[in-house]
Ligand binder design. Structure first.
Ligand SMILES: [Fe+2]
Length: 341
């Protein structure tokens, strides 16, 4: 792949095509425009693309499938994304079976589309035979994070930010490199169990959870840990994921562990995860101001949180807190999601 990935963009609405094309160019993608499936197929015969993004319905006919079929036939390595104004499950499943990577509902936010293409291209690299193992782990990690964020889009970037705070805290507390690496994996995947909850609707509902919903949500740490299998190298990662909602004083969940019965990485993740959650607007709450967040950590020292972790954390908040508290908003905006929704 060249430094600027190449994208064939197909849509019969000239304004949409121009707008999407301009933004994709601005977002680092070399874009070629086609205003009909026939134009697109002609281009697919002559130029190689990394990605093909096509409308589904042209002038009332579902000719996007022609573009999809031609792309699969002529350029099997290209990522294909469909844009559709009439998404229904059957059509989506049929498109996936025909080789589309994914589909977006119209109107498509150009910034979301650009992020979507970059992500699909990054994930596609998993298929490379000569990929270094460390790069493979990075890609798989972001795939896990994106899966969780798809279930609850308002958590966009939560995994990678939590990972960063965990790494900084662990370094400051002197954890050895191997343990920091495992903690970082746990930080990315800590909410993975959420995607296996029976009912996902209340993750994004407005207002507080009912008792029954809260009980159901409490299953996610153990569910997530279980889904990581049995490999001994992941034993500590599983443990930390299972522990991320435990509290120092034994009032957390799922096992009401207390003090040193919670692993040190688990105690670090608990602090980092709470910070980023408070800094994030969720469907049920607004962002907390930094002063209130600091107060929560000060008051939670020795009750909710490990005092040693808090002693390492407060100076970091003093130095970086004002910037970090705004980061989730910036990430949401970059993902094209309105923070007012
Ligand atoms: Fe969680």
């Amino acid at each position: 792949m060249s430094s600027r990935p190449t994208v064939l963009l197909v849509d019969d609405e000239a304004r949409t095509l121009d707008l999407l094309g301009a933004v994709l160019e601005h977002q680092g993608l070399a874009t070629t425009l086609a205003k009909s499936p026939q134009d697109a197929i002609r281009l697919l015969r002559t130029i190689e693309f990394d990605a093909v993004v096509t409308d589904v319905v042209f002038d009332g006919f579902a000719e996007g499938s022609l573009v999809l079929a031609a792309a699969r036939d002529l350029q099997p390595r290209a990522v294909v994304v469909l844009m559709t104004g009439f998404p229904d499950v059957e059509a989506a499943v049929a498109a996936m079976k025909a080789g589309a990577v994914d589909y977006l509902k119209k109107p498509v936010d150009p910034i979301v589309l650009a992020a979507f293409i970059h992500r699909a291209l990054q994930e596609k690299q998993v298929e490379k035979d000569d990929l270094a193992f460390a790069d493979l782990v990075e890609i798989l990690s972001s795939m896990v994070a994106h899966t969780i964020e798809r279930v609850d889009p308002y958590t966009a970037g939560h995994g990678s930010r939590t990972r960063k705070y965990c790494r900084l805290l662990a370094q400051s507390l002197g954890l050895e490199v191997k343990r920091i690496e495992r903690l970082e994996l746990a930080a990315i995947a800590h909410d993975y169990g959420k995607i296996y909850l029976d009912d996902l609707s209340f993750l994004t509902k407005n207002g507080p959870l009912t008792d029954a919903e809260f009980l159901a949500v409490q299953r996610h740490p153990v569910l997530g840990a279980k889904k990581l299998g049995h490999h001994p190298q992941l034993a500590e990662v599983r443990r930390v994921i299972a522990e991320h909602h435990e509290k120092w004083n034994g009032t957390g969940y799922p096992h009401k562990l207390a003090g040193a019965d919670i692993s040190q990485p688990g105690r670090i993740l608990a602090v980092a995860e709470v910070f980023d959650s408070l800094a994030t607007k969720r469907s049920y709450k607004d962002v907390w101001p930094l002063e209130r967040v600091v107060e929560l950590f000060v008051n939670g020292r020795g009750t909710h949180f490990d005092p040693d972790v808090i002693d390492a954390w407060l100076p970091m908040l003093e130095e970086h807190g004002a910037r970090w508290i705004r980061q989730p908003m910036a990430d949401l905006e970059a993902a094209g999601l309105s923070v007012q929704a």
